[in-house]
Every structure is written in structure tokens, then in C-alpha cells.
Design a protein around this ligand. Structure first.
Ligand code: URA
Length: 193
């Protein structure tokens, strides 16, 4: 796959404008705000979540609700903050009642994210939760067994971690996530990023 090939004709302005008026799927009809993405457009590390929740839909920014607060803490644990990474989601509009985005919603939306990745050109991709990992790593990705392991995604280092919402529901998964975060921190150091 050549997901993230640089396209010299694409720009953030163009992408924001195209994506901003997207009605490629039914989620466009119920959104308050489209949640494009946020962070450092030259980041070496990019985090990919699943889709906006209630607060994200209201504020138009990813990970600003309770899961987002926990993501901030996770970043802090390895001396990162939002200004150093880029954060985006598989789908840009909130699925009703926070259900999983449907396969046709994911495919209608994924082109925006691949353009974001192509513009950022991160060295490391971190997928938050099963849904994002299944899209980019492999369709049968098992988050309980394969979180914290490194994969190659189009020549980039890629790993999945438990989604912060899962960690809020089940705090017993937090120690494993701490180990995954330390693995990520080591990789960042090793790459001198
Ligand atoms: N969960 C996600 O996957 N993304 C967000 O932006 C917020 C919650």
C-alpha cells in the first residue's frame, strides 16, 4: 500500500477546505462540528484515534473530553505534549451515541486522514484502539494481544495502544499502557526524533 505518498500539489489549506465541507457519509448530517485534527504539522509522532465523541463534536477538536484528558496525561508521562505531536481520527464526524464508525463511514472518510498523514510525514504512527489499528495494521488486529508491538505501515514505525476510553472503563489495563508508552519513548529516542 502506498497510503502516505507525498503529493506536492496538496496543501493544508486545500485539505481543510475540501474536508470541511464533506458530506461523504451520513455522519455529516448529524455533526455539530467536523473534527479535522490538531497539533504540529511537522510532527514526528502522529496519534490516530477512532472518531469524535460528544465534547469533540461540540468543540471541533479531537480528544478534548474525558478520554482526551487521559491522553494528555499519557503524553506527559513520556515528556510530550500536544504541541509536539499531531492528533487525528479515522472518522471526522461523531457517530451517534459514540457507536463504532461503520465500515462504509470509515471508507468514506479515510482519504482525509491519509492526506493528513502524507502532509505531516510522521516517522511514528500510534493507533489508539482496535478500530484504527485494524484499518492500518491489519483487519484482524487483536488489541489485547498486539498492543505495544511494532509494525511496519508503509515504511513507518507503527504501534497500537489501548484507547484512552478503554483505560477509563478498565483501569487495570493502565500498567500495560505505561509499558507501551515507555516503548514509544525509547523508539523516539532511538530515532533521534
Ligand atoms: N475518542 C476518539 O477516538 N477520538 C476523539 O477525538 C475523542 C474520543
Amino acid at each position: 500500500m502506498d497510503f502516505f505518498k507525498e503529493n506536492e500539489n496538496d496543501t493544508w489549506e486545500k485539505l481543510r477546505a475540501d474536508c470541511g465541507r464533506c458530506m461523504n457519509c451520513q455522519l455529516g448530517r448529524t455533526r455539530h462540528n467536523l473534527v479535522f485534527g490538531v497539533g504540529n504539522e511537522q510532527a514526528d509522532v502522529m496519534f490516530v484515534g477512532e472518531g469524535p465523541g460528544e465534547q469533540e463534536d461540540l468543540q471541533g477538536e479531537p480528544f478534548v473530553g474525558p478520554a482526551g484528558k487521559l491522553l494528555d496525561t499519557m503524553l506527559e508521562l513520556i515528556d510530550l505534549d500536544r504541541s509536539q505531536v499531531y492528533i487525528a481520527n479515522i472518522v471526522k464526524c461523531r457517530p451517534p451515541r459514540n457507536r463504532d464508525p461503520l465500515p462504509d463511514e470509515q471508507s468514506a472518510c479515510i482519504g482525509w486522514l491519509t492526506r493528513q498523514i502524507a502532509l505531516v510525514q510522521p516517522k511514528i504512527l500510534v493507533f489508539l484502539g482496535r478500530i484504527a489499528a485494524q484499518v492500518f495494521i491489519k483487519p484482524d488486529f487483536r488489541i489485547t494481544r498486539e498492543h505495544g508491538q511494532w509494525f511496519d505501515v508503509d515504511g513507518r514505525r507503527a504501534m497500537a495502544m489501548y484507547h484512552p476510553s478503554a483505560l477509563l472503563r478498565d483501569p487495570s489495563k493502565r500498567p500495560e499502557t505505561f509499558v507501551d508508552l515507555k516503548t514509544l519513548q525509547r523508539e523516539i529516542k532511538d530515532l533521534h526524533v
